[in-house]
Design a binder for this molecule. Structure first.
Ligand code: NAD
Length: 427
């Protein structure tokens, strides 16, 4: 991944994701009329760990990297949340992502609290060997927090099954025995779960279908634009295509491609796998940049890259009828207001991308029991959990005459607040 490209199309620097997360929480706390003490507890993260650690590079030199592991809430169970490698990682970003994880686990009613981790680095500039060194040392540094009973990492931006395998192995070597349940999103050969790599995209597909069904939109007549073609974006594209949607535009960090007649998604997946990017795909009619993709006249827009992509600057130009937040935090509160006023239906991140953590939960349960399930069972359970969550979120949104985001927050914050209240304050 070239650094110059990253800088050129990096999200607007203005919005601090943690301030966004706190503003969203405050709005829900007001709707719920939450007790002031409870508000103070839930609007802050519980633990934040910063580590500065050395990594030996291929040329023999030593470089210091900075990483974070943050736990927002542990009331409903162990903390759960991914690990991200990106040059723009910051403590505030990781804090925001950890808070969103708490709400996401509560929306789907998984017995987890929220956490997140990240390392400031550009993985595109590191060799596989350097990435392994970095991952193992970072895992060791945060081992004071992570483990099957306390905090379970998973993949996020620029991390994958291999990263999870290195973390699992590092923790296991330190313990002296295999601890598969210490991370999820692992390869199948070491206790990973069927269906986990596709789970977030599958959840995105399920909630998109739910929204369309409720709005009377026919998938066969619908077009989709997807920003970000990594794990989540690419799987969402393929699964939505299988449901009859026409995928007309996709992008990645290098730029985007467009074909109003619909892209050949299987061929595009193959092209992106061998070329490491979507631009240059022969089946596109034109190339577009990441910002114009967001403004295309499509039925469904799916941001599946990073935070702060839909802002006050472009919200009025977005033409989609439905926005499905596959990424975490892609919409600022100001843009949310614009979409609400314009009647655009937005399925919030804490619901839309909860499929990943749901199947991570299945993986953890399978690891703890050393008893593994078939993919059809996993996909069936995932679909039911996503549909139930959608139903409950929509019901609360209607009850409080508010957005689906606030419906999801009301469901989640109330669950965490009730658990906190019944447990009481220690000592
Ligand atoms: P990934 O690393 O597999 O893919 C990220 C994609 O975004 C890549 O195509 C990359 O090129 C693109 N990208 C990066 N920077 C960009 C930029 N500035 N502009 C446009 N595109 C850019 O990551 P992922 O796992 O697919 O995660 C994507 C989003 O989904 C993140 O917000 C992540 O937090 C969220 N998410 C992921 C999971 C999961 O299971 N992996 C679960 C829930 C939420």
């Amino acid at each position: 991944m070239a650094e110059a490209v990253l800088t050129a199309i990096s999200p607007t620097a203005a919005a601090n994701p943690y301030i966004t997360a706190q503003r969203q929480f405050d709005q829900a706390a007001s709707i719920l009329n939450l007790d002031p003490g409870m508000r103070q507890v839930l609007r802050e993260v519980r633990r934040e760990l910063t580590v500065n650690f050395p990594v030996r590079m291929d040329d023999g030199s030593i470089r210091i990297f900075t990483g974070y592991r943050v736990q927002h809430n542990l009331t409903r169970g162990p903390a759960k949340g991914g690990i991200r490698y990106h040059p723009d990682v910051s403590l505030d970003e990781v804090k925001a992502l950890s808070m969103w994880m708490s709400w996401k686990c509560a929306v789907t009613n998984l017995p987890y609290g929220g956490a997140k981790g990240g390392v400031i680095c550009d993985p595109g500039q590191l060799s596989q060997h350097e990435l392994e060194n970095l991952t193992r040392r970072f895992a060791s540094e945060i081992s004071i927090l992570i483990g099957p009973e306390s905090d379970i990492p998973a993949p996020d931006v620029n991390t994958n099954q291999q990263t999870m395998a290195w973390i699992m192995d590092t923790i296991s070597m330190e313990k002296g025995y295999s601890v598969p349940a210490t991370v999820t999103g692992k390869p199948l050969s070491i206790g990973g779960s069927e269906g986990r790599p596709a789970a977030t995209g599958r959840g995105v597909m399920v909630v998109t279908l739910e929204a369309c069904r409720r709005m009377g939109i026919d998938p066969e007549q619908s077009t989709v634009a997807i920003q970000g073609f990594g794990n989540v974006g690419s799987v969402s594209a393929e699964l939505l295509r299988e449901q009859g949607f026409k995928i007309v535009a996709v992008s990645d960090v290098f730029g985007g491609i467009h074909n109003p007649a619909g892209l050949d998604v299987p061929a595009l997946l193959e092209y992106a796998r061998s070329n490491g990017r979507v631009t240059g795909f022969p089946g596109a009619t034109d190339e577009i940049n990441n910002s114009s993709l967001l403004e295309l006249p499509v039925t469904v827009l799916i941001p599946a890259a990073l935070e702060n992509q839909l802002t006050i600057t472009n919200a009025a130009q977005v033409q989609a009828q439905v926005i499905v937040e596959a990424a975490n935090g892609p919409t600022t509160p100001e843009a949310d207001d614009v979409f609400h006023q314009r009647g655009v239906i937005l399925i919030p991140d804490i619901l839309a991308n909860a499929g990943g953590v749901t199947v991570s939960y299945f993986e953890w349960v399978q690891d703890l029991q050393s008893f593994f399930w078939e993919e059809t069972e996993i996909n069936g359970r995932l679909t039911r959990i996503m549909q139930r969550a959608y139903d409950q979120v929509e019901g609360l949104a209607r009850e409080h005459s508010t957005t689906l985001r606030m419906g999801a927050y009301c469901l989640a914050v109330k669950r965490v607040a009730d658990a906190t209240s019944v447990r009481g304050i220690y000592p």
